[in-house]
Design a protein around this ligand. Structure first.
Ligand code: PAF
Length: 295
């Protein structure tokens, strides 16, 4: 595994890779890697000839009162995980490398960036779309991999790839969970043992709604109410909404399209998000990927 700490170093390594031919896959991360990231790297390895991963805690996607300065990190462990998972190139830029003095160009993801997490984290998806567009432009991968846990992020980035005609196949991979159902997240590190127990209400609520859907319930209100009734252990429920999984539009009435039941809430200082797809398709996560590359 080669490590690049700035853009010129990365470009030299990428040039050599490109000469070898083959597909280059990209897994962008903010570090403090867990099995969810390992799974993205595995998906990437299965589809590509080489894997570029990045670790960058992107300041523009954090609000002024958020956890930018406390975001968990362990670079040695991250590097070991990337090495073990077969990453070809690991890109670890400094903030000043990506945001040079006078930086002023941002990607605005439009209305999709304003709902759900966007309404609790103003500017968050603008920061995400901007840094991912920059990383795509620097790495120029053939495929890029994102987790279903960040369903809204995946929807916004899929739209961005399409709208900006980026020649990249965007792949969404299923959420990886702890043995008891808690969705893997770097922010789980903020939870005390008691909070960790209470956090299980989210995956249980989503499982109950999935169960109801599998038994034939199609009423959006009934599915949302089933989940909401089990979310009492959260310190703050931010949202529990049923949305079109591709557009993030609220679903009212009956579920007829690929739906995502999305939850966000706070436990202690951790803000946690999770979702499930409600669909009759055998492998609904696959439907989230953007396979056709725009002309
Ligand atoms: O999902 C994340 O870890 C981040 O939002 C991403 C995509 C790496 C952009 O900073």
């Amino acid at each position: 595994m080669r490590i690049a700490r700035n853009i010129p170093e990365l470009r030299v390594l990428l040039k050599t890779l490109r000469k070898q031919g083959g597909r280059i896959g990209f897994v962008p991360t903010m570090g403090y890697l867990h099995e969810g990231h390992a799974s993205l790297i595995q998906h990437c390895r299965a589809r590509c000839d080489s894997v570029v991963a990045s670790i960058f805690v992107n300041p523009t996607q954090f609000g002024p009162d958020e956890d930018l300065n406390h975001y968990p990190h362990d670079l040695d462990r991250d590097q070991a995980l990337c090495l073990n998972q077969g990453v070809t190139i690991l890109f670890i830029p400094e903030a000043t490398e990506l945001y040079t003095t006078g930086f002023s160009t941002f990607i605005d993801p439009g209305p999709m960036g304003q709902v759900l997490c966007g309404s609790y984290r103003p500017g968050h998806f603008r920061g995400v779309a901007t840094v991912v567009a920059k990383l795509f432009s620097i790495v120029q991968p053939d495929l890029a991999f994102f987790g279903q846990k960040d369903l809204q992020q995946a929807a916004i980035l899929r739209r961005m790839v399409w709208d900006l005609n980026l020649p990249i196949e965007l792949v969404v991979a299923p959420t990886i969970r702890e043995h008891d159902g808690l969705a893997m997240s770097s922010r789980n590190a903020y939870l005390s043992i008691g909070e960790r127990m209470r956090a299980l209400c989210i995956s249980r609520a989503l499982a109950a709604a999935t169960n109801a859907f599998q038994k034939g319930v199609r009423s959006a209100t009934e599915l949302v109410d089933t989940a909401k009734s089990l979310l009492g252990d959260l310190d703050e429920l931010q949202y529990c909404e049923l949305v079109d999984a591709l557009t993030m539009d609220t679903i009212e009435g009956q579920v007829k399209r690929l739906a995502g039941l999305c939850v966000a809430g706070k436990i202690g200082r951790a803000r946690l998000i999770d979702n499930v797809l409600l669909s009759e398709a055998a492998d609904p996560t696959r439907l989230l990927s953007l396979v056709a590359i725009p002309d």
